[in-house]
Design a binder for this molecule. Structure first.
Ligand SMILES: NC(=O)c1ccc[n+]([C@@H]2O[C@H](COP(=O)([O-])OP(=O)(O)OC[C@H]3O[C@@H](n4cnc5c(N)ncnc54)[C@H](O)[C@@H]3O)[C@@H](O)[C@H]2O)c1
Ligand SMILES: CC(C)[C@H](C(=O)O)[C@@H](O)C(=O)O
Ligand SMILES: [Mg+2]
Length: 376
């Protein structure tokens, strides 16, 4: 099986966290004897600076025709402003071009020892564990736009197939567990026509194909409120549209106290056991310009995005699990008499590289150190 990865670190902290994640990938290659073919390129403000556009046609073609997976850092920064087109358009272009329609954004504590970082009381947030599936290629983001000096219009457009495939992916994720997880679908069916379509189609898919699953509907505004009051109510899978998913996944980041440990996978197909699925893997966080260049950004979200890439695009389950375990172990390690190998956002004083070093060395031990020639 080919293992072609297009690496797009992007802007500000993107290259800093990507460097650490690629070191972790090296550990996996060394320990398993698996060879990945990497191509490095530009997307975001860095591409605007060099080519005058946030993503070139060549990079789009590499992502659609060459890559098995796209490993993305983050795009954007104040120096490029919010005028349109902007660095972020590069990422949106890749999501659309590759039809990476389902953005999986897990919300859980990588380690129990991070529960206290939440701004919420521990008894409210402990045990929270849901996967938010955000529709990634439609809705207000991609509908026709009109914009002049005095008026602007985004079109919140959805079609039946776009909603159906999200419902199927939510069900597939719920069915990976025994007993299956509950699914909560979220919309604004009380206001938006696209919300009524969303609710009708999700209900039909579940009634027809997954009668054994529990499907609940929750309006997106009250879901945002309940996510703070009783987040465990959504343990399982949440499936929602592009705009609500963007907002709710950052809110989920607020629950865990930092965006620095939350990865994501944007999948181009419905996952199934032992079936490699193409995807774009990136942290939920952005380019964090307020802390870039200081060597203090938390690399965990990028490294955990690598774990998702190994799991979904390369069916390397053992290695994906090991990376997640290594990150948790490093975060929990008190052997140096404190919390030295945590970055500042998770209560420590370590730098980005120091945390990367620690994760690599724990992972090496877990995977057995040197190549055992195992073919994948
Ligand atoms: N996928 C992406 O490329 C992506 C995602 C979100 C935002 N953005 C872009 O990033 C730029 C900055 O956006 P923003 O400031 O609103 O959001 P952000 O996620 O970059 O930062 C929000 C806050 O979280 C902190 N933070 C984020 N990641 C961290 C990490 N790994 N370790 C420690 N602290 C971390 C930042 O320092 C900041 O205080 C904008 O241009 C935005 O459009 C890009
Ligand atoms: C950078 C931006 C285009 C992006 C989005 O809005 O989807 C970001 O906020 C995200 O959550 O991945
Ligand atoms: Mg966002």
């Amino acid at each position: 099986m080919s293992k072609k990865v297009l690496v797009l670190p992007g802007d500000h902290v993107g290259p800093e966290v990507m460097e650490q994640a690629l070191r972790v990938l090296d550990v996996v290659q060394e320990a398993t004897g698996t060879k990945f073919e990497l191509k490095h390129d530009l997307c975001g403000g860095c591409s605007i600076d060099k080519h005058g556009k946030s993503v070139t046609d060549e990079v789009v073609k590499l992502s659609t025709d060459w890559a098995d997976a796209i490993f993305f850092g983050s795009a954007g920064g104040p120096e490029w402003g919010h005028s349109w087109p902007n660095p972020e358009l590069g990422l949106l272009t890749l999501r659309k071009a590759t039809a990476a329609f389902a953005n999986l954004r897990p919300c859980t504590f990588v380690s129990k020892s991070l529960t206290h970082l939440s701004p919420l009381k521990t008894e409210i947030v402990e045990g929270v564990d849901f996967m938010l599936v955000r529709e990634n290629c439609g809705g207000a983001y991609f509908g026709p736009k009109l914009e002049d000096n005095d008026s602007a219009q985004d079109t919140w457009l959805y079609t039946r197939p776009e909603v159906e495939r999200c419902a199927h992916i939510a069900a597939a994720l719920a069915l990976q567990h025994d007993p299956p997880l509950q699914v909560t679908s979220s919309d604004k069916a009380n206001v938006l026509a696209s919300g009524r379509l969303w609710r009708r189609v999700v209900s039909e898919v579940f009634e027809k194909h997954y009668p054994q699953l529990t499907l609940k509907h929750q309006l997106a505004d009250s879901l945002a409120m309940i996510m703070i009051k009783n987040p465990r109510a959504f343990n399982g899978v949440i499936v929602t549209d592009n705009t609500f998913g963007d907002l709710l996944s950052d809110e989920a980041g607020g629950l865990t106290g930092t965006l620095g440990v939350l990865p994501s996978a944007s999948l181009c197909d419905i996952p199934a056991k032992d079936k490699p699925v193409k995807g774009i893997y990136e942290p939920i966080h952005g380019s964090a310009p307020d802390i870039s260049g200081k060597g203090i950004v938390n690399p965990a979200a990028q490294i955990l995005s690598l774990a998702m890439m190994l799991r979904f695009s390369f069916v390397m389950y053992k290695e994906a699990d090991a990376i997640e375990a290594a990150v948790a172990k490093v975060i929990d390690d008190k052997s140096k008499g404190g919390l030295e190998i945590r970055t500042g956002d998770i209560g420590g004083k370590a730098g980005t590289k120091e945390m990367g070093d620690a994760i690599c060395s724990v992972l090496k031990e877990m995977l057995g150190g040197s190549s055992n020639g195992a073919a994948h």
